[in-house]
Design a protein. Structure first.
Length: 336
C-alpha cells in the first residue's frame, strides 16, 4: 500500500458542493489530487490540483482521467443509471478503491429503496474494486431553494412544513469521504452519513431567519402548488440534462408528508469517522447568510470569500462534540 504522499486520487464532481471539500481534505492529507470537471477554466480549484476535462457520461474521458490513479471518489450526476455501467467499468480498470456518494434512502430498516442510487451501488459492488458507500441525505445546501423567497420577503411557502429530517453539512460528507479514500479499514462497508439533529422545515427556516436577523414565517403550500412549482424546475433540468429524470422527477408527495410523523433519524455510526464531531445547523455563518440577504458570495478552499455567481458551500455551522469524545469505533458500521 503506497503512503498518502505517493497516492493519486481522482475526484469526480470536484467543483461541486461536496467534491470541492473532498479535494481540500485530500490536499490537507498530502495526497496528489486529480480533478475531473466539465470545464477546467471555470472550476477554480486550488493550486496543486491536476485538473482534467471530462464528463462522467463520456466513459472515454473517465478512462483517461483514471489512468495512474489509486482510488476515486464517484458522484454519479444522472437522474437514472443509464450510462453508469460504462463509467464504473472505466474507473475499475485503473483504481483499486471506489468511494461512491450514494443516498440515505438505501439505509432503511425495511430494506433499500430501488432507484438510481441502488443501481449505481450494485454496479460498483460487482466492479472488481474494493468500495465504500456513503449514504447521505438531507444536504444542508438544499435550504438554498428558499433563498429567492427570503431575499424578497419574510414568508417562505413550502409543503409539509412539519416534515423533519437531519441535515448533513457537505463538509461532513467530505470528511468521511476523505477518510474512506485513505483508510483501507473502511473498505467494503456502507455508512449512513447524517447530521447531528433532526429539524423540521419550519425550524430550518427559523434558523436562517436567526442568522440574518429577520423573523421569517412559513406558509404551508398545497401539494398541488408544490408539484406545479417543481414541474417548472424539472423543465429546466430536462433541457440541461440528457436522459430521463428517474427518481428526481418525483414531485413532493405523500412520502414527504410522512416525515412530519416519522422523520428521518440521525445516524450515530459515522460520528468521528470523518476525524471530528459533526457540524450542527445551530446558526448560519456570515457567508451563507449573505446568500439569503441577496449577496452572492463564495467560500474558497483557502477560507477567503469573494464575489461569484456559484455558491460553493452553504450552511457552515457550529460543530457538535459528542459526549465523551468519540464513543463510536470505526468498525461500528452496517456492512452491505
Amino acid at each position: 500500500m503506497p503512503s498518502d504522499s505517493d497516492r493519486t486520487i481522482l475526484v469526480t464532481g470536484a467543483s461541486g458542493k461536496v467534491g470541492r471539500h473532498v479535494v481540500a481534505g485530500l490536499l490537507q492529507a498530502g495526497v496528489r489530487v486529480r480533478a475531473l470537471v466539465r470545464d477546467p477554466a471555470t472550476a477554480r480549484l486550488p493550486g496543486g490540483v491536476e485538473v482534467v476535462a471530462g464528463d462522467l457520461h463520456v466513459p472515454a474521458t473517465v478512462d483517461a482521467a483514471a489512468r495512474g490513479t489509486d482510488a476515486a471518489f464517484l458522484l454519479w450526476p444522472g437522474f437514472s443509471a443509464d450510462g453508469a455501467a460504462q463509467t464504473v467499468e472505466a474507473l475499475a480498470r485503473h483504481v483499486r478503491h471506489l468511494v461512491h456518494l450514494s443516498a440515505a434512502r438505501l439505509q432503511r430498516d425495511d430494506g433499500p429503496m430501488p432507484g438510481v442510487w441502488a443501481d449505481v451501488e450494485d454496479l460498483v459492488a460487482v466492479s472488481g474494486t474494493s468500495w465504500t458507500f456513503l449514504r447521505a441525505g438531507g444536504f444542508a445546501a438544499n435550504t438554498l431553494e428558499w433563498a429567492e423567497q427570503i431575499r424578497h420577503g419574510d414568508v417562505v411557502e413550502l409543503p409539509f412544513p412539519d416534515a423533519a429530517r437531519s441535515l448533513v453539512h457537505e463538509r461532513d460528507i467530505a470528511d468521511v469521504a476523505v477518510r474512506a479514500l485513505l483508510d483501507p479499514a473502511l473498505a467494503d462497508s456502507a455508512f449512513p452519513v447524517t447530521g447531528p439533529q433532526v429539524l423540521t422545515q419550519r425550524e430550518q427556516v427559523a434558523a436562517i431567519g436567526s442568522a440574518i436577523g429577520r423573523e421569517l414565517t412559513v406558509r404551508e403550500q398545497s401539494p398541488e402548488a408544490a408539484r406545479r412549482a417543481y414541474a417548472a424546475v424539472l423543465g429546466g433540468l430536462r433541457r440541461r440534462r440528457a436522459g430521463p429524470l428517474g427518481d428526481a422527477g418525483r414531485a413532493p408527495g405523500a412520502r414527504d408528508g410522512r416525515r412530519a410523523t416519522r422523520p428521518r433519524p440521525t445516524g450515530p455510526d459515522v460520528r468521528g469517522v470523518g476525524g471530528g464531531p459533526r457540524r450542527r445547523l445551530r446558526r448560519l455563518t456570515a457567508l451563507p447568510a449573505g446568500t439569503f440577504r441577496g449577496e452572492v458570495e463564495r467560500h474558497d478552499l483557502d477560507g477567503s470569500a469573494r464575489s461569484s455567481p456559484n455558491l460553493a458551500v452553504t450552511c457552515a455551522a457550529t460543530r457538535e462534540r459528542s459526549p465523551g469524545g468519540n464513543p463510536y469505533p470505526v468498525k461500528a458500521v452496517r456492512s452491505c
